[in-house]
Structures are given as structure tokens and as C-alpha cells.
Design a protein around this ligand. Structure first.
Ligand SMILES: [Fe+2]
Length: 373
């Protein structure tokens, strides 16, 4: 047996734990750049709570708002410039996957003057960066515990990772209360991403006895709570289980990596501007069918952990029922044959694709795309 488990952040989990951010920041710096999105964390009062926690611990907070979904290298550069001007020595990401990725990129690139674009699908940034604290407000990407940031470079039409140890957050504060006000649509999209990530990490080539435990617990937590959190956002128990599931899936994929769904999801996301979680959800059934020849046992174990049956077919039935209820389409209407070449090339170049349990060829990807049209 041989496996690798990467170093992880200090993890603080539980309702109300966001108020520990000041204490954690004070242990690592004096002035924090607080990165967030387009208004919801301010509207819900979370930003003010984080700022008061920082102030109580004697840490100054500088706010950078306006991070958009599918963040670009330009957004990262804006944050790096603000970091320089303000003299912050710690970065806090308060938001969903995009916000956390931008915060991680800003902190992780603090040790270099080179452009962010040079590191997208490029070399690892030099260590050390600045310490980053992540507080997720969705239950989805698990970005609070991974060492990469997914950033789009529009000039090259590439959506890929900046990856390296300097991007690993120092602290992940996972407070399920931060997800209570998330509307149904992003609850579905981020929750489906967490589900796909748990399943891909479980069957991945990099999976180990350690990550398998995390993946199975993630699958059980998500299967039992995704529908409930989507139907009733105020269901605290469901929100807590989704936060737990998403965290565990992030821990698993950080070491095990992912698979073909994520390999294909990035080019499709950048071409058609569909939310990442939804792209992954649409791709999943076809990829499960493709992988079934080599991973049937594991898919069966996943189904058992989810209370969904015992076989690949049971798993696919469970997924179909979930999608029917949540309105997840089974096809990509936007898909154009002219785009196949770029999708295939980027899919085959992806590290996620290389971690897929069944080796993937050009014609495999084309075949899957055809089925999805
Ligand atoms: Fe994902």
C-alpha cells in the first residue's frame, strides 16, 4: 500500500465559529484584507460580524468587495494591488468558492512579482505566501481545505488552477450558519458540486484508505441533506450536514484528486458560462457509465453509504431521481460540435482527467460530448 495525504489547514467547524476569526487572525498578522463577493455577506451582517471579531482582537480589516463568479486573473491582480497599497499581512476569504479562490491566489502569490496569469496551469508559486483564512458561505467547493485556486484567463480562454503549497489556507473556519441564507439555486449548484467531488475523489486513482473514509462520510452527509437544504434553506441540521459533507469532500479531493467530470467541466464552464456545480452534475451520469467498467465496486459502496442501494444502476437511479426533483437537465443545449476540439484538448490536459479511474482517450471524450448534445 502506498498513499499521500497532503498537509491541511487548521479546521474549525461548527455553528457560530465565524466569531473566532479575530483570534485566528491575531495569531498570524496585524492587518487583514477581507475578500468577499457582491453584497450578500454585507446584507446578511456576516461582514460586520467578521470585522467586529477582528477589531476585538486588535486586527485591522481592509475590505475588498465585488468578486464575481468564475473569477479572472484581472480580479486577482486587483486584489494583489490592494494588498500592496494597504500593507495587509493576512488575507481572509469570506464567501463561496470564487471568493475563497481569489483570496487564496492573492495570499499565495504574495511571494512573487510575476503576473497571476503566469501561474494559471503553470508552475507552483514560490513559498511562502501570506497566511489565508477561509470562511465558506456555500457548501460546495471545499476550497477552504485545498491548495489550488481555479482562475480564468480570458486572453487564453483557459479556466485552470493556480496550484501550490503557498495557496493552502492556514485556517478553515466552517460555520454552517453562514450558509443559512443561501438561496435555493446556489444551494443546489454548490451542493451538487460537493456531491460530484465526493464521488470523484472516492473512485479517483489517488484515493486511499484515508481519503475513502472522508469521501464516504461526505457522500452520506450530502445524500441525506442536499434535498432538504435546497427545499428549506433554514433547516439548520441539513445545512450543518451539507457544510460537513462539503468540507470532507474537499479534504478527500485535496489528496485523492478528482476525475473526468472535473476535467471536462472547466472547458465547458468557460465556453458556455454555466455554473460549475451544474456543469458537473450534467456530466456525472455519463462519466459514471463510462467508468463503471473499472469502478463498479466503488460505485456500489458509494450507493450503500448514501442509502441509495448496492450497485452502479442503483446509484444512477438515485441520481436521476434527485435531478428530476431539482430540475437538473440531462443535456447541454449550448454544446456545439465546433467547440469539441478545444474541449477535448483541455480535458485531456487536465490533472483531474489523469486521476480518472479509467484511462481517457480523445474519442472517449468526443463520444461523451455527443451523448450530451
Ligand atoms: Fe467542483
Amino acid at each position: 500500500m502506498e498513499f499521500t495525504v497532503v498537509r491541511m489547514p487548521k479546521i474549525i467547524f461548527g455553528p457560530g465559529t465565524r466569531m473566532k476569526v479575530g483570534e485566528e487572525a491575531a495569531a498570524r498578522g496585524r492587518k487583514a484584507l477581507v475578500v468577499c463577493g457582491r453584497g450578500s455577506v454585507r446584507r446578511e451582517g456576516y461582514l460586520e460580524q467578521v470585522r467586529s471579531s477582528l477589531a476585538e482582537s486588535g486586527v485591522e480589516g481592509v475590505v475588498m468587495e465585488g468578486v464575481e463568479p468564475e473569477p479572472t486573473v484581472e480580479m486577482v491582480e486587483r486584489g494583489r494591488a490592494k494588498l500592496q497599497r494597504s500593507g495587509c499581512d493576512i488575507v481572509i476569504g469570506l464567501g463561496g468558492g470564487s471568493v475563497m479562490d481569489v483570496a487564496k491566489a492573492i495570499g499565495g502569490l504574495a511571494g512573487t512579482r510575476e503576473s497571476a496569469a503566469a501561474f494559471v496551469a503553470g508552475p507552483e508559486p514560490p513559498r511562502p505566501g501570506l497566511p489565508v483564512i477561509c470562511l465558506p458561505t456555500t457548501s460546495g467547493t471545499g476550497a477552504e481545505v485545498t491548495r489550488n485556486a481555479v482562475i480564468t484567463d480570458p486572453a487564453r480562454r483557459v479556466k485552470a488552477s493556480i496550484r501550490g503549497d503557498s495557496l493552502m489556507p492556514a485556517v478553515a473556519i466552517v460555520d454552517p450558519e453562514l450558509t443559512l441564507s443561501l438561496p435555493p439555486e446556489p444551494t443546489a449548484a454548490s451542493g451538487l458540486d460537493a456531491f460530484v467531488q465526493a464521488l470523484e475523489a472516492f473512485v479517483s486513482r489517488g484515493a486511499s484508505i484515508i481519503t475513502d473514509d472522508w469521501s464516504l462520510r461526505a457522500l452520506a452527509a450530502i445524500a441525506g441533506s442536499l434535498r432538504r437544504a435546497w427545499r428549506n434553506g433554514g433547516d439548520r441540521q441539513a445545512r450543518e450536514q451539507m457544510s460537513l459533507g462539503s468540507l470532507l469532500a474537499g479534504m478527500a479531493l485535496g489528496s485523492a484528486r478528482l476525475g473526468l467530470v472535473h476535467g471536462m467541466a472547466h472547458p465547458l464552464g468557460v465556453l458556455y458560462h454555466v455554473p460549475h456545480g451544474l456543469v458537473c452534475a450534467v456530466l456525472l451520469p455519463e462519466v459514471v457509465r463510462f467508468n463503471a467498467a473499472v469502478a463498479a465496486d466503488k460505485y456500489g459502496a458509494a450507493a450503500r453509504a448514501m442509502g441509495a442501494g448496492r450497485t452502479v444502476d442503483d446509484l444512477l437511479d438515485w441520481i436521476a431521481e434527485l435531478y428530476g426533483e431539482m430540475g437538473v437537465p440531462s443535456r447541454f443545449e449550448q454544446l456545439k460540435e465546433d467547440d469539441f476540439e478545444i474541449i477535448v484538448n483541455q480535458t485531456l490536459a487536465s490533472g483531474s482527467t489523469r486521476a480518472n479511474p479509467r484511462p481517457v482517450t480523445e474519442s472517449d471524450v468526443t463520444e461523451i460530448l455527443r451523448r450530451l448534445m
